[in-house]
Write a protein that binds this ligand. Structure first.
Ligand SMILES: [Zn+2]
Length: 161
């Protein structure tokens, strides 16, 4: 998306034009007027407490040993709290309850804004094909990472004391 070359409205070429002091890919056809703003996309993230530990998951697309929170995009018309509960159900087969919002974090490298929630869940995990492995990490052994959802983990641990 960051390097789109053609207008999604009319198919003509995109050229760089200034809008309010910044350069944006804009449709070469002024009559069309399309501007590719490339706004950050919201992503929901779930810090799930399950069986006395925090659930970290490894996505099939990630390198080995990389584990993270469950994340996902919102569906059209969906609110972030419904989206995070749905993602946990789809990815892990768990019916989770939201305990609170941890925070909202810019993830500039991916042009996203992470909306992170703390949830609790019971029952057995059934992984979706997207998830290849899950780990239960007790909170006292959880080490926040310094990108993406790691800041939400840091804040949750700090507040927990
Ligand atoms: Zn156009």
């Amino acid at each position: 998306m960051g390097n789109a070359r053609f207008c999604v409205q009319c198919g003509k070429e995109l050229v760089m034009r200034e809008h309010e002091g910044r350069q944006y890919p804009s449709c070469a056809d002024a009559a069309c007027g399309f501007i590719f703003w490339d706004n950050p996309l919201p992503v929901v993230a779930a810090l799930i407490e399950h069986e006395g530990a925090v659930v970290l998951a490894r996505n099939a697309a990630w390198p080995e040993k990389v584990f993270g929170l469950i994340t996902g995009f919102l569906e059209k018309g969906e609110g972030p709290d419904d989206a995070v509960v749905r993602e946990v159900r789809e990815e892990l087969g768990l019916h989770a309850q939201i305990q609170g919002l941890i925070g909202v974090y810019p993830f500039r490298e991916k042009n996203q804004v992470i909306i992170a929630y703390h949830l609790t869940a019971g029952g057995a995990i059934t992984m979706s094909p997207e998830i290849v492995e899950v780990r239960h990490v007790p909170a006292h052994r959880l080490k926040p990472w310094s990108f993406g959802t790691g800041f939400a983990v840091r804040d949750w641990l700090e507040r927990r004391g």
